[in-house]
Ligand binder design. Sequence first.
Ligand SMILES: *Cc1c(COP(=O)(O)O)cnc(C)c1O
Length: 391
Amino acid sequence: MFSELDQELAALEAQALRRRLQVVEEVLPGGQVRVGGQVLLNLSSNDYLGLALDPRLLAAAQDAAARWGVGAGASRLVVGHLGLHEAVEAELAAFKGTEAAVLFSTGYMANLGVITALMGPGDVIFSDRLNHASIMDGIKLSGATLHRFPHRDMAKLEKILQQTPGGKRRLIITDSVFSVDGDLAPLWDLVALKERYGAWLMLDEAHATGVLGPGGGGLAQALGLTAGVDIHMGTLSKALGSLGGFVAGERRLIDYLHNRARSFIYTTALPPPVLGAIQAALAIVKQEPEKRLRLQQEGGNFRRGLQAAGFDTLDSETQIVPVLVGSNEATLKFAAALRQRGLMAVALRPPTVPPGRARVRFSLSAAHASEDLAQALETIVKTGKEMGLTA
Ligand SMILES: *Cc1c(COP(=O)(O)O)cnc(C)c1O
């Protein structure tokens, strides 16, 4: 019955595109993991501040469970809106510098929920070509007309805005830090364009939350552009170390989402242990800016080291550092060779990246020791040279 699936899987295998799950047998301190019996430096994690293992988050999760239970018991609008949700949302609004915020179970669900709530058939969405898959899925599900613009190409975006007759609603959506390239959205230009052409602007700060900005609030905060963004979206599953997504903005936007975002309405509220961990993480982000400063410094050192060795790190400016390889096969071989030498880094292939632009992506964390990162850099450079990957 499933023989067609066999064929498709075989076709993926033939193109070096088949993916397989691998078991992480143990999560170790210092941003390390044990996989296949081997201890590896984990350069693939989104736990950018090393908070997932922080004892303060563990304790807060336990305390919240003891006080409120392991599950919320219902969806938010039924009877799952605990005092703890109310408190965390107020803290998130303060963290983002907005009137209000609303939690979703994941960042994926936040994007699905907010885009489908606000946009529908007849409306028009302008989306950066490298936006995250959850944004693409939200757009598809919304039924709005989609215009994708080339990555960070503001001249092209302006042209499309000019040529597109005013739909009922117009929404520009962009990641702030792009998950594949580690580069930044041109936010000043985006704010200017959305004002000039009467559009809303939505910013997905999944990889910037806890990392950029004087308070860790993200790119909009870093640039003083909080008020220029209509819809702030972020996740608690990356630098904040646990799970969940959120949308922050004006009170009336959040009230509207309570009524219209189906991925908020028709699912069980986030569980108390996760909320406890989020509260502890927000407190740490506020009190320990040194974590994100060190992450940015290490990112810069790492990137410069790779560039000096002749690697193409694209336009990365963050803790996410890609190394462009090209073919799927060479990228897989490079990642496999690094793994043999103790480094866990993902090979990104189409459809995640355009054909012929496969790459290995390194994600740094404040959990990593400086010596481990210096050692990793040396290993990557040596391996790349041996494989003929450097210019
Ligand atoms: C990871 C990610 C999401 C989804 O967040 P989850 O909390 O993992 O569901 C959304 N947008 C971007 C840009 C992401 O990188």
